[in-house]
Design a protein around this ligand. Structure first.
Ligand code: KG4
Ligand code: ZN
Length: 345
């Protein structure tokens, strides 16, 4: 079965063709970074308009790359939520109308399920059950994954998601948008141990997260550093790098402590990381060390499939279409959509 995947939940337009037998056939991506950078964050209306501009050219390009015609597509998968409603609607409208025109089924995909299953796009695939750490711009959560569509929520962020904390702290430091990769790059020049950030909520039982305090801690640290003797109210690039490193270490360490606790609680040795922050090299390194000490296994998608893409949507949709799932013509895009509401496949 050949499935067309369409991702348009936020600031990236992603299109992919996935074959149930051969795997990924082709994929294309258009990032809206340049559009939103001047505003310091995603402007929803501009995002929707840009998706409309790029969806069809990318579709044509992906078909060309895979060297197939539209009529070879057996089903269409599209992100129906969670995300920006206008952005979701643009992809959903293309998916639904194309499916109707071609007389093929279309299926809704939960964006976070796409992320969670993204490691399965790689050659080395995790076996169920496993613990998954999903760390993106909008969500941070730990889930116990018993099978496709069977997600038990173990813990989640009570305020800012990890990616959001990266983005907001980067903005405070004047590092621009998107903040995660910019802050990670700055942290590479940082010196260890100059600043020490707290590890929020690790001394309390449970698997929930809270990252908004780290952003405030970063602000207070910046203000104190700017008022030190000789600083003249300014932060040198070295101070910014030292703060970036301390922040990044605090996030990675906190996530590691919670992952380790989740694995122990579930008596499980397999950990999967996915979502945009999963592209962070320090986080991957810290989790790899922890997993090695425990004799477990760690899985993550290649960097380009950590952040938003059409391949993960095509794959997740393929699993659902193969199980016979489809929805009627009516478009039901959702800004919010709890993952636990998903049906087992
Ligand atoms: O999964 P994603 O592409 O979009 C959502 O579904 O939200 O995640 C985007 C988030 C942003 O907050 C971005 O700053 C963060 O992932 N991110 C990173 C890195 N690359 C992307 N955070 C830290 N280090 C990175 N290398
Ligand atoms: Zn995402």
């Amino acid at each position: 079965m050949i499935v067309l995947g369409i991702e348009s939940s936020c600031d990236e337009t992603g299109i992919a063709l996935f074959d149930s037998e051969k795997g990924l056939l082709a994929h294309t991506l258009h990032s809206q970074i340049e559009i939103h950078a001047q505003y310091g964050g995603v402007v929803p209306e501009l995002a929707s308009r840009d998706h409309i501009r790029y969806l069809i050219p990318l579709l044509e390009q992906t078909l060309q790359q895979a060297a197939i015609k539209k009529t070879a597509i057996d089903g269409i998968a599209y992100t129906a939520g969670p995300g920006l409603i206008g952005a979701l609607m643009s992809g959903a409208s293309l998916a639904r109308s194309l499916a109707w025109a071609l007389g093929i089924p279309a299926v809704e995909v939960h964006h976070m399920e796409g992320h969670l299953l993204a490691p399965m796009l790689e050659d080395r695939v995790p076996e169920f059950p496993f613990v998954a750490l999903l760390v993106s711009g909008g969500h941070t959560l730990l889930a116990y994954v018993k099978g496709l569509g069977q997600y038990e929520l173990l813990g989640q962020s009570l305020d800012d998601a990890a990616g959001e904390a990266f983005d907001k702290t980067a903005k405070l430091l004047g590092l621009g948008y998107p903040g995660g990769p910019a802050l990670a790059a700055m942290a590479q020049q940082g010196k260890h141990g100059v600043y020490k950030f707290p590890r929020p909520m690790v001394d309390r039982p449970g698997l929930d997260f809270s990252f908004s305090g780290l952003k405030t801690f970063a602000l207070n640290t910046m203000q104190a550093a700017a008022h030190e003797d000789g600083a003249q109210g300014r932060l040198t690039p070295q101070v910014k790098a030292d703060i970036s490193l301390a922040f990044e270490e605090a996030v990675a360490d906190t996530l590691k402590i919670k992952c380790s606790r989740a694995l122990e609680q579930q008596q499980c040795k397999t950990l999967v990381i996915a979502g945009g922050v999963g592209a962070n090299k320090r986080l991957r390194m810290v989790l790899a060390e922890m997993i090695e000490q425990q004799g477990g296994e760690l899985f993550y998608p290649r960097i380009e499939f950590c952040t938003d893409n059409g391949a993960m949507i095509a794959q997740a949709g393929c699993f659902r279409l193969m199980a016979g799932e489809t929805q009627p013509l009516e478009i039901d895009a959702r800004a919010r959509w709890p993952m636990q509401d998903l049906k087992a496949i």
